[in-house]
Each structure stands twice: as C-alpha cells, then as structure tokens.
Design a protein around this ligand. Structure first.
Ligand code: NAD
Length: 355
C-alpha cells in the first residue's frame, strides 16, 4: 500500500468544516485504490495567533516542509482585522507560500453543465468552459525593487529574469500536455520591455513542446476575451499582476465561489486550497459548500502525488453529485433536487467515488 504524509491546515471560519469533507473524500478514494493518507494537523491564521501569538507557528512550517503536500482550508476573520500586519492571519499564509517557494499558482475554471445558469454571463457563453490560469506568484511588480512611496511620487519595478519566465512557462506547457495542448501567453509586449523578454522566453521554451500550440495575447485583450468567449482558452500563462486580475475575472465566469479550487506549486511542497475565504458570515452553520476544497484535494493528488486516477475519480464523483441534483444552500437556485449540509455533501461525494 502506498502512503503519503499530508499537512492539514484547517484555519479559521468555515476552514475546519470544509477540510474535514476533503479528507473524507480522500480517504474514500484511498480505500478504493489502496492508498493511505497520513494527516497531521497544524495551526495557521487567526486560530494560530490566538493559541501561540504567531499566525504561522514554527511547528506548522516544519510540518509543511516535511510533508508530501499541504491541504489548506481558509483563514481570516474580522476580529483580527485591527492587528498589526505581521500578526494578521493572511501574513501566515503569505509567509507559508514564500517559505515553501511556490512560484506557480494554478486556478482551473470548469463549468459544470447543470450550473451554467449560475454565471452572470449567458449560458451559451459559459457552458463547456474548461480553462486553467497559470500565474507566476513570486516575482514581477509585486516584489521588484526599487520600490518607494514618497510624498508626491511613488514607484514600483516590474522585473522578470529569463529563468523565472522559463520555469513558470514550463509548468504551463507541462499542464497543457495533459489537457488540450494549447497555451495562451498573456503579456503587454507592445508597451513593456519586461513583457518582450517574457514573450521571447516563452517562444524559445515552446520549441521543446512541439505538440503544444502557443499563442500570445495582450492583457487588455485577454480581459475582454475572457468574458466574450472564454471557451477559446485552454491554458492561460501569465505573470503575477496580470494573473492576479485575470484569475479573479476567470473565476467569476462560473458564478459560484464555493466550487473553485487552486494550487500553488513549483517549490518545495505544494499548497492546495479553495479560492474563497473563511466566510465568517456562515461559519459554524454547516452550510458551507465543501466542493472547492474537495476539488483542491483532487489537484493535490494530481500535481503533488501524481495520483492521476485518484484525482480523476474525485472529479467524476463531484460531477455525478452535482448532476444528481445535490446542492449546498449557496447553489439552491440552480437545479437543486436535494439541499444538503456541508457534511452531507462530503458524504455523497465520498459515496460516489468509483460509481
Ligand atoms: P469570502 O470568500 O470568505 O466570502 C465571500 C462570500 O462568499 C460570503 O458571503 C461567504 O459566505 C460566501 N462563501 C465563501 N465561501 C463559501 C463556500 N464555500 N460556501 C458557501 N458560501 C461561501 O470572502 P470575504 O468575506 O471577503 O472574506 C472573509 C475572510 O476571509 C476575511 O478575513 C478575508 O481576509 C479572508 N480571506 C481568506 C482567504 C484565504 O484563506 N486564502 C482568501 C480570501 C479571503
């Protein structure tokens, strides 16, 4: 029997409720395929600050570093908003990502047929969308130096080295090879020198992936195309600031925040989490949608453990559950046949593994 060590960080708000459902589904798939997951729980965020005075205790970091992957729920809550920046829950997450050196953020957007009416866009535009945004996470203008805010002037620096561009592009090409073999690289090469280097470097790397069709798009056009015809995209490859904006735009194509997973990979250990936050407004009521976290567990199996069959079985189980009309209250208006609680949704998905 294969076994893996998973660092589990439940976090704040709805975090514990949704992560419990993801591990329930992982265990169901593990049982089917003879895989054992050994979970170790660690604190991060507001709960970690309350218990240790530190949003990312050393033990959590050490635990993450010695695991095969990190499954994370969500952090944050209004009670910690007035803390100094370094003690706030989000500082814990930012530090975790930086210590693990995860430089690639993956945000898939897949529209489940039964939920295409949940989008604010027309059904015929969104039905069938299945795209992946690959965003560079540790470089670009958010980190470039010099940076300064003066009295009447402020500046930041957008900088990328060829190596940084090649390593994120490699991730995008490798992912495209397992999908529809198309990469659209998004930049602003008509205005920015850094984008010109980006484009040259991506083109150069593309020679190593002759099966992948590479196209280039300016970021302003990409923002427009994402709402005009999102079905045209397979893998979108882009830098940090453009990716920040485009991945949020892309996520809204689905119209349902409770469904979308994400992965931060490429460094020492991958971190897998839903794109939504800790939803303090619904925490503790057992009504949170656990699907984004369960789908993040599926990404964990695929990208960190290379357990593609297990990942596929989870994706299929989610799709079947939605097709059968099970919905948490956030999606009650969209083809619901049975409204269920968070743990019921997890149990139905777990029961649908391999069905
Ligand atoms: P949020 O994503 O937590 O919630 C936005 C809205 O979506 C809320 O109405 C919430 O109830 C709903 N929602 C979110 N996830 C849901 C789910 N799984 N099922 C059903 N409904 C869901 O964003 P927010 O309200 O702006 O932030 C709340 C807290 O989360 C803040 O402290 C913020 O800093 C933090 N946050 C954390 C992360 C993270 O952990 N990565 C990301 C974003 C925000």
């Amino acid at each position: 029997m294969k076994s893996y060590k998973i660092a589990v960080i439940k976090g704040d708000g709805i975090g514990p409720e949704i992560v419990d459902e993801a591990t329930k589904v992982m265990d169901a798939v593990g049982k089917k395929l003879d895989i054992k997951f050994n979970y170790n729980e660690y604190l991060m965020g507001g709960c970690a600050y309350e218990q240790t005075g530190n949003p990312l205790p050393d033990e959590t970091l050490k635990g993450a570093l010695s695991s095969d992957a990190v499954l994370f729920g969500s952090i944050g809550g209004y009670q910690w908003d007035s803390l100094p920046r370094e003690l706030r829950p989000e500082s814990g997450l930012l530090r975790l990502r930086s210590e693990l050196e995860v430089f690639a953020n993956l945000r898939p957007v897949k529209i489940y047929h039964e939920l295409s009416s949940a989008s604010t866009l027309k059904e015929e535009i969104v039905s069938g969308v299945d795209l992946m945004v690959v965003r560079e996470l540790t470089g670009g203008i958010y980190f470039g130096k010099p940076r300064e805010k003066l009295e009447n002037k402020a500046y930041n620096t957008m900088v990328y080295s060829k190596d940084e561009i090649r390593r994120i592009a490699k991730i995008a090409f490798e992912i495209a090879m397992k999908r529809d073999k198309r990469v659209c690289s998004v930049d602003k090469a008509n205005v920015l020198e850094v984008s010109q280097l980006w484009r040259d470097s991506v083109k150069e790397l593309a020679k190593e992936y002759p099966e992948v069709e590479l196209s280039h798009m300016y970021v302003d056009n990409a923002a427009m195309q994402l709402v005009r015809n999102p079905k045209q995209f397979d893998v979108i490859l882009t830098g940090n600031i453009f990716g920040d904006i485009l991945s949020d735009e892309a996520s809204m194509i689905s119209g349902s925040i409770g469904l979308l997973p994400s992965a931060s990979i490429g460094g020492k250990v991958g971190v897998y989490e839903p794109i939504h936050g800790s939803a303090p407004d619904i925490a503790g009521q057992a009504i949170a949608n656990p699907i984004a976290t369960i789908a993040s567990a599926s990404m964990l199996l695929k990208y960190s453990l290379n357990e593609t069959k297990a990942s596929f079985l989870i994706d299929e189980a989610i799709a079947k559950t939605l097709k059968d009309g099970y919905r948490t209250p956030d999606l009650s208006e969209y083809g619901a046949k049975k409204i269920c609680k968070t743990h019921e949704m997890g149990s139905v998905i777990a029961g649908n593994i391999g069905e």
